[in-house]
Design a protein. Structure first.
Length: 579
């Protein structure tokens, strides 16, 4: 049994078979071949070995001509490994006697050889890299091309990958993908946000581990603790099965809160809105008793399609949600693309600091036709219900006013063509940068509401790339600098009588609920899965207690001190709830 620790980014526990997607993009599930197909599969294996042999020989000859025989000897060693009699016999036996798919036989056998080398002294251990090269060459020739996309998964699996992009994550089929774990990644990344929206347990930033697992092996993924267990024993599997069942029971009990308000014990009504990434998530929010949609991320329209979405694509997605909400507010955030989310006119590889580059409102204001297309669709949807628009990553008053000018121009265009829309549609902005938090008093006169995006606010305040596992430990919502900016933003909005909301991952964690209420927030926007827990906590505390907690926290000078205090306060409330 191998227990791995990573970063929990989407809660839940699941047990299933591994589907491995390594850095080369190969997905090698455990698959068996029919007896009648064994000879055909053996012939395919033989052809792949021949093709790989010729590839290695070509590489060897090219290196010999350029650098000399001493460097070409590396490839002679590869050839010797590939044609080792014992290895060849094991591969043939796996297909002929065990009916294994050749791809799976290659992956399982060569990774076992590589691990054996890794357990030897340092010099010999380096040969493991040679074996991985041979494995990849064989798989390329067996598969003929990269295997089908993740969207084609058709059986229950837990995806184990070197990394997953937001677009790959967006295409995961929840019917079959029970969870995923990656070697790379960090907290608050957009891959994590998509996973949370899909309600798929996820752990990221584990570090190298794919060489320790083969497709089809049993895996336990604990998205609550950030733990992945490879090759678990029966006792561990039984223990986690009990945990899964307990979680189901708890979910049923929390489900009884659906039609009850999130009202504190001293009578203060808190509005719990849902965060959604995809239109079909609105049903999950409604089922759990949300008061509206506080953040409708629209990136999926770009992440799941090879072409730029049309106005009708936008309108269809928005109108589906607005109609489903039946008059409750729906806040649609305009495009928050760029940096790590998708390739634009300047790719992340070309930008030296992509998180500080062309993204979000900056991208929209640079690409006006694209921006106008989205605004037209949002305005058309506003004729169907309580739709509100929100601009992301506002850093200067000029950006906000430019965005509002484009919106006003689109309104006039729709009016001239007799197209229905709500001319009084509310307009808001995200507070995600220290600049926005510090200068919010100058922004509030130009907006109807603000929403504090804690994910980016943490990133920019602490100068931490939220998708980088190397600095993941520095990305901390409990940092006093972040909390002071958060408090300042809430207070500024309240003084201007402008409604304020928090819509980052921080709002979806019950550990922070009392703190946020104590800072003066009366609306929280959370993932659908978090609505029942947050509602229950609101109904278990008084606003007076929450204010006292916030006052204590704002006097603290370390993130660890804040976290320990908030955890203690949460335990106290939960203990009283159980009692």
């Amino acid at each position: 049994m191998i227990k791995l620790q990573g970063i929990a980014v989407s809660s839940g526990v699941t047990i299933g078979e591994a589907l491995v997607l390594d850095a080369e993009g190969f997905r090698i599930p455990r698959r068996f071949v029919a007896r009648s197909a064994v000879d055909t599969e053996l012939e395919r294996l033989s052809t792949a070995i021949g093709d790989t042999t010729r590839e290695i020989e070509r590489n060897r000859d090219a290196i010999r001509a350029e650098l000399g025989q001493q460097y070409a000897a590396i490839f002679d060693a590869h050839l010797a490994m590939l044609h080792d009699e014992r290895l060849q016999a094991e591969l043939v036996s796996a297909v002929r006697d065990k009916n294994l798919w050749p791809e799976y036989a290659v992956s399982r056998t060569l990774r076992r050889y590589a691990k054996a080398f890794q357990n030897l002294d340092n010099h010999i251990a380096q040969r493991a890299h040679d074996i991985y090269d041979i494995e990849k060459s064989l798989l390329r020739n067996l598969l003929g091309q990269r295997s089908e996309t993740l969207a084609a998964v058709s059986q229950p699996v837990i995806v184990l990958a070197h990394n997953l992009t937001p677009s790959e994550t967006a295409k995961l089929d929840r019917r079959f993908v029970q969870g995923f774990a990656t070697e790379l990644g960090g907290p608050g990344s957009h891959t994590a946000i998509v996973a949370e929206g899909l309600e798929i347990p996820a752990v990221v930033g584990i570090g190298p581990f794919l060489s320790d697992v083969s497709g089809g092996e049993p895996v336990i993924l604990d998205g609550n603790q950030g733990v992945v267990i490879l090759q678990p024993d029966e006792e561990t599997i039984a223990r986690y099965r009990l945990e899964v069942e307990a979680a189901r029971t708890a979910a049923v009990n929390l489900g009884r809160l659906r039609d009850l308000p999130a009202e504190t014990i001293d009578g203060v009504r808190i509005r719990i809105h849902g965060n959604i990434e995809f239109p079909n998530e609105v049903e999950q929010c409604i089922r759990r008793g949300c008061d509206g949609i506080g953040l409708y991320r629209t990136e999926f329209l770009y992440l799941t399609s090879p072409r730029e979405p049309t106005e009708e694509d936008h309108f269809a997605a928005y109108s589906e949600v607005v109609r489903a909400m039946g008059g409750k507010p729906v806040v649609i955030r305009t495009l928050d693309l760029g940096a790590d989310k998708m390739l634009t006119e300047t790719t992340p590889e070309e930008e030296r600091n992509p998180c500080l580059g062309l993204r979000s409102i900056r991208l929209s204001l640079r690409q006006l036709p694209m921006f106008r297309t989205q605004l037209r669709a949002i305005l058309r949807a506003s004729a169907l219900g309580d739709v509100r628009v929100m601009f992301p990553l506002i850093s200067t008053i000029v950006e906000l006013r430019q965005a509002r000018m484009v919106l006003a121009d689109v309104m006039e265009d729709l009016a001239e063509h007799g197209i229905a829309f709500n001319r009084d549609m509310q307009v808001g902005m995200m507070v995600e940068t220290p600049a926005a938090a510090v200068m919010l008093d100058t922004f509030v006169g130009d907006v109807d509401f603000v929403s504090i995006g804690t994910n980016d606010l943490i990133q920019y305040t602490l100068a931490v790339d939220r998708g980088n596992k190397e600095v993941a430990d520095l990305y901390n919502a409990c940092d006093p600098a972040v909390l002071r900016l958060l408090k300042r933003s809430v207070q500024t909005a309240k003084e201007a009588n402008v409604p304020a909301n928090v819509c980052g991952q921080m709002s979806g964690s019950v550990m922070y609920t009392q703190l946020l209420l104590g800072m003066g927030l009366e609306q929280l926007s959370v993932p659908a899965s978090a609505i029942p827990e947050v509602k229950q906590l609101c109904r278990s505390v008084s606003l007076e207690e929450c204010r006292a907690i916030a006052e204590r926290v704002l006097e603290m000078d370390s993130a660890q001190q804040v976290k320990s205090f908030l955890r203690d306060q949460l335990r106290r409330v939960l203990a009283q709830t159980v009692a």
